[in-house]
Design a protein around this ligand. Structure first.
Ligand code: ACM
Ligand code: ZN
Length: 653
């Protein structure tokens, strides 16, 4: 019996030894600024002590003020574990790093980390209007954010699809404008965008009570996260006007304008409303920044609205853009008088930027560059790299998304200082990933889109550019995503990533490569790719229509390739892309003609679209056919169905 016990315990010891892992700084996400690995290791689970604040203050004196606040030094040595930091935030991050190093390990590599952020602002935006997300869900995401030192949660609280925050002065915002007919955003838009009374049968929606919001703010603060509320104005406000119709514009005859999405800046009641809402918002959210939206206002009613026109005349405003700027500048003064700063999407630059406004650059990097060059602060969140509502993998295997392709590797490659003049760089506060929710009906799906791509935002925002490293990041992301999955999150499965469209990874050779193409109808100037060279450059498009390889047409594609000499031709074909949102469809039909002299063409092939009209998939079908012909000129004519045609290469063999 004794011998048996002995061998069992020996076995167990061997098994434990096999499992034993030494944790170290190579596990930390985001990667620390400075890592020094020292000799030896210690057992995990030892208490850490906070030491020597004065020495650390001196050590961090040369860092920018924002970095001093979040900096820490973590020393793991045979003598024990010590933490130095200037603030509780720094000490909190030191403990997060220690926890990541030690997770699943029984010993720790001795090391010293001297760590601080590259940018002050490292954010995530959640759109809880298009699909409501409740307090518990938001608290759960704050935990995941704190793990990777993301420190701003921007809540998009209001939009046409639903108002999501209790405002005591305006009970119809949550008694009516927070509810809609149609559980998903797609159902709601397809059925005419109707609102519902709270409690009505099949009323979908919800809102945060002020108590919920205060709890979110406090929970975030314990994790060094500031919650920035966004109240949209003057656009994206159809729900406000549905609840309070007097805030919309008038038609020339003084009746309410027929379609309403923008608040009326000519109406003093609009300002009373916005100021009363903002007073309650400022009372709940201590954030220095209040986001006021400002994006995509249609401004369609303003030129005809008598109140808007009177305002423009009175204030000497010459365009709808200047009228929007008048509203934003007035709100900025109001926020400033209450000790807060205005943050808005980059449209707030149009018509003149309010004097102290901070710009969130989303339509590209230009808004951020312009703002920083003018001496304004900016947060970079360009759609190309920071819009987490795009597909993160090959579309055929992913749930429907808004369109576009943003894999983790591309998100990680972004640098917020790209294109920023050196003397304006200090105005770039940081970076944010935006998760719009039109196509995200469930909470699991929100987590799936957010994690792991928000890890890329975290490392871009924290780690010095020179220390970024994709293979190491990928490794650490797998570990962190596993950790989240173990905690009941639903991250995207990076291990099963399909990746980029394979044919796009290397040039293809064919008979028409490098040959001249003439266009009977021009490509659309928005999507020229490489102009006349595009269709015979041997370079196939990626999954993304905006990659500069796909050429876009709002007409038929009707092109003729000159092979330079008469050749035997056995195949002609081209791939088209179908992405229902954003309105990219397949040709109805393709006809192929061949000619020896460029004058007399003979039809040698025809391909019909076989994808059913009702199909809403993302597809990349080939419209090609085998032929048996001789000629020098090949005409490829694709008949447009509707909306866009996108094609990347005419292959001739
Ligand atoms: C935005 O994506 N409309 C800011
Ligand atoms: Zn008006």
């Amino acid at each position: 019996m004794k011998r048996l016990l002995l061998s069992v315990s020996l076995l167990a010891a061997c098994w434990m030894a096999a499992l034993a892992e030494t944790g170290g700084p190579d596990r930390i996400l985001p990667r620390p600024a400075q890592i020094e690995v020292t000799s030896g290791r210690i057992a995990c689970g030892q208490p850490e002590v906070r030491i020597g604040q004065r020495a650390f203050r001196k050590a961090t004196a040369s860092l920018p003020a924002f970095a001093q606040k979040e900096a820490y030094r973590l020393t793991v040595s045979r003598k024990g574990i010590s933490i130095e930091a200037n603030t509780p935030a720094g000490a909190f991050y030191a403990r997060q790093s220690l926890a990541q190093m030690a997770r699943g390990c029984d010993s720790l590599q001795c090391c010293t980390l001297f760590d601080y952020p590259r940018f002050a602002y490292r954010g995530v935006m959640l759109d809880i209007s298009r699909h409501f997300r409740d307090k518990d869900f938001i608290l759960k995401q704050l935990d995941a954010m704190a793990e990777v030192r993301l420190n701003r949660l921007h809540l998009h609280l209001t939009d046409a699809a639903g108002w999501r925050i209790e405002i005591k002065a305006y009970p119809r915002l949550t008694g009516y404008a927070a509810w809609r007919k149609g559980a998903t955003w797609k159902q709601w838009t397809a059925s005419g965008r109707q609102y519902a009374e709270q409690g009505e049968e099949n009323a979908y929606g919800g809102y945060l009570t002020q108590e919920d919001a205060r709890e979110i703010v406090a929970y975030a603060a314990e994790r060094n996260i500031t919650v920035i509320p966004e109240i949209e104005m003057p656009g994206h406000s159809a729900e406000v006007i549905a609840a309070y119709p007097e805030l919309g514009c008038l038609a020339p005859d003084g009746s309410p304008a027929r379609t309403q999405g923008d608040l009326c800046p000519g109406n003093e009641q609009t300002f009373q409303f916005l100021e009363n809402v903002l007073l309650e918002i400022m009372d709940i959210f201590p954030s220095e920044y209040i986001h006021v939206g400002g994006d995509e206002a249609g401004k369609r009613n303003w030129p005809d609205c008598p109140r808007c026109q009177a305002r423009m005349a009175e204030e000497g405003l010459n365009s709808p853009e200047e009228l929007q700027s008048y509203l934003i500048a007035r709100i900025e003064r109001f926020l400033g008088a209450h000790g807060r700063k205005l943050l808005g999407w980059d449209e707030i630059l149009e018509g003149g930027l309010a004097p102290n406004a901070t710009v969130m650059s989303w339509r590209g990097t230009e808004g951020g560059i312009q703002a920083a060059t003018m001496g304004h602060d900016a947060v970079m969140t360009p759609g190309e790299w920071c819009y987490l509502d795009k597909y993160q993998d090959a579309q055929f295997k992913e749930p429907e998304a808004i369109g576009g392709y943003l894999p983790l590797e591309k998100a990680y490659a972004y640098d917020p200082l790209d294109g920023i003049p050196a003397d304006a760089a200090a105005h770039i506060l940081g970076v944010q990933g935006n998760l719009w929710h039109e196509y995200i009906p469930t909470t699991e799906h929100t987590e799936y889109m957010l994690w792991p791509r928000a890890f890329a935002i975290a490392e871009i925002g924290w780690t010095p550019a020179a220390c970024k490293d994709w293979p190491s990041f990928h490794e650490r992301v797998l570990r962190q995503a596993d950790y989240l999955a173990g905690k009941g999150y639903h991250p995207f499965d990076l291990r099963n990533e399909f990746g980029e469209r394979k044919v796009s990874l290397a040039p293809v050779r064919h008979l028409a490569c490098g040959k001249h193409v003439s266009y009977a109808l021009p490509w659309n100037e928005k999507y020229p790719a490489s102009g006349a060279a595009t269709l015979t450059d041997g370079i196939m498009g990626s999954w993304s229509y905006s990659d500069g390889r796909w050429q876009g047409f709002l007409s038929d594609v009707d092109v003729t390739v000159d092979l330079g000499a008469v050749e035997d031709i056995h195949y002609v074909g081209a791939t088209f892309m179908m992405q229902p949102p954003p309105q990219i469809f397949l040709p109805k039909q393709v006809e192929i003609f061949v000619s020896e002299d460029g004058v007399h063409f003979e039809k040698v092939g025809e391909v019909w679209n076989e994808v059913p009209v009702a199909d809403r998939s993302v597809l990349y079908p080939l419209f090609g056919t085998s032929i048996n012909a001789r000629g020098r000129y090949v005409r490829y004519h694709a008949t447009r169905n509707h909306a866009w045609l996108f094609v990347d290469e005419i292959v001739v063999n």
